[in-house]
Design a protein around this ligand. Sequence first.
Ligand SMILES: Cc1cc2nc3c(=O)[nH]c(=O)nc-3n(C[C@H](O)[C@H](O)[C@H](O)COP(=O)(O)OP(=O)(O)OC[C@H]3O[C@@H](n4cnc5c(N)ncnc54)[C@H](O)[C@@H]3O)c2cc1C
Length: 692
Amino acid sequence: MLLAAGRLTRRHVTSQQPLLQVGYVLVRPFTEYSSFPADHRRAAEELVNYKPIAANPQAKKIAVLGGGITGLAAAYELARTIPHASITVYEKSERLGGWLNSEVVPVKGGEIIFEWGARSFRTPRGDGLATTMLLRHLLEEAESSDRRPTIRNHIIAYPPGSGAANDRWIYYPDHLVRLPGPKDGFKLPALWNNIRSFITEPIWRGVFMGMLSEPTKPGRDPELKDESVGEFLTRRFGSAVADNFASAVIHGIYAGDIYKLSVHTAMPLLSHLERHSKEHTVLGELFFNKGGAWKPWHDFVLRELIARKSGHKSANYLEPGGFSTFTDGMSGWTRLLKYPLLNAKRVTIQKSSPVTSLSYKDSKVLVTDASGSAKTFDYAISTLPAKTMRTLVSGSRTFDPIAPATTVMVVNLFYPEGSLTTAVGADGLSGFGYLIPRSVPVEQNPERALGVIFAHNSSGDTGPESVEGLGRRDSWQSPEGCQEVIETLTADQTEMTSKQSEGTQHASLVNLRQLSAYRRRLDQFNAGKVRPDEKIIDRSGQDTVKGAKLTVMLGGHWWDGWSEQDYPSEEEGIQMAKSVLRRHLDIHDNPEVAKAKLQRDCIPQYPVGYRDYMAKVHEEIHSKFEDRLKLAGPFYQGAVGVNDCIKQATWAAMAIRDNRDPTAISRYAEKLEGWVHPGPDAQFPGDSARQT
Ligand SMILES: Cc1cc2nc3c(=O)[nH]c(=O)nc-3n(C[C@H](O)[C@H](O)[C@H](O)COP(=O)(O)OP(=O)(O)OC[C@H]3O[C@@H](n4cnc5c(N)ncnc54)[C@H](O)[C@@H]3O)c2cc1C
């Protein structure tokens, strides 16, 4: 009917692969399905003829369970787009942010930041549009208030060509090998170094033959729905690619086992290309058919809707392809989201309020917390781990298969400048850091380390000049000016603290680091150590002291099946990390600071068949909560990155606002997992905005 109405045009149709043009886009379902479901036709029509609709009038009271990045982003999006809704965020702990957890650590002469969870987010490309949009809204919001620090000054962005983004290493079998960087191009000496590495380094043995022979490998068994990443890569490219490279990358993202993680979920594009290609060659599709442009249908729809809803505007102050963080670490996300949320009258954030049960009656979601208080809501978004949801949803069994998560020991160490007596590592600890593949012999890695991050290279500028100044030129120039600022900030702090304790919900607007910088500056004046004409520089980095800041990640899937008493203590973790650094980087010196944290069940592991398991979760939630409970967060979205969290948070909020997608994960239950590919001259609203 839509075809007849001319809204969708059928470019060409073969009996196996109907190819449809929707607006600028060619849509092709997987080959094993012959039909193009009505739902997708409706979605396609909706996209092509999108018109803004009024926010769902039933969404008056909404609960958000969990105050990590997913919950906070969802709450912000709900508050921004549903003007009549009141929103309550339930957070178990006293701290917001979940796995975004940056600690300010005092060291001699200043302070540095240690990350205990995520340390950066990929700078958004097309499918990170939700992050770009969130940052843009937060930026506008912050800049409209003269008292708040601007976001722009607090973003540390590493473009794709920068050393931190371009230089990555793999440890194999007993030394560091640099991987060719995306921005190496054909420039000497990078080209020469790469050729020399290909010829001499054992890590490459078997890799080129595996790649070259890929087109000759037999096609996929049509009965095979999913398999592990390791099995897929070994089947197509050989074991060297799987064990020497992919296992290292998977250690870096999931701390996981490539022979357990679902390829369909962890590497969906490669899996799709094999299914899609007539010749079943993944590399052929990638290099000769613009295979990298395929997008899952769901991602495409979300991206397009965001672009349309935002009037095709986009933010382009982050160069796509690199990565970013904030001057106060990844907790910067929490700070930025907290200001507007805590100061919005319609939003209540309940910290120290673990949710203890969740039920549904008479079109209301009933949320009970540990204090015994039970409240009803029209809708809820849960971002809680699958293990927690299993206990909250009475009689649930469907969460079990998706509940496994790896436990990681994170060890942070700081060596002040000049304190390392050895010239460490190849090229003196440059680049992002190194990952350790599963194929490294155990005697080279008895501690079962997953990788080491050279965190000082991704913390912005380091040293006192990177954080002093803070832009208040006049006050910075004299002891009297400093004194005045200190008094104002201290008074603000006292006022805000009392308002917070009264529960009047004001976020602390006082920048404590700013306060301490002014105090330090005044001390310098008093000691006669400051030149009044000293240059003022806005904050541009995390650490006020130069040095090597290293993060060692231990355990992950190597500790699968361990019980609580098997894990190393934090002190043992520090000793293990030092031993890794001694063996791999020849570091024998003692760090000034070393701290460790055991992060239990922190990264979800997507089992083979994850999509089918998620379909069952969708069915259960749909049958028990109708369309009133939506799921978001890494356990449910099949990806763990901060961008993925923000994307699914945005989708869940949109699902409530626009009254669509009953669980926000119904895509898993669709028989057809649609993928879309832009036509030859495709121009998306988001793209054109980003180019301007
Ligand atoms: C060590 C590590 C390194 C990582 N590195 C990166 C990286 O570099 N880049 C990247 O993009 N991603 C990274 N990630 C992934 C990313 O940090 C996470 O996927 C993301 O932070 C998850 O956010 P979330 O809000 O969905 O979940 P969480 O952060 O887990 O938040 C859930 C919140 O719910 C609360 N909660 C739990 N139970 C209850 C309850 N019963 N009631 C109320 N509240 C409850 C928790 O206290 C928590 O605050 C990393 C993750 C880890 C663990």
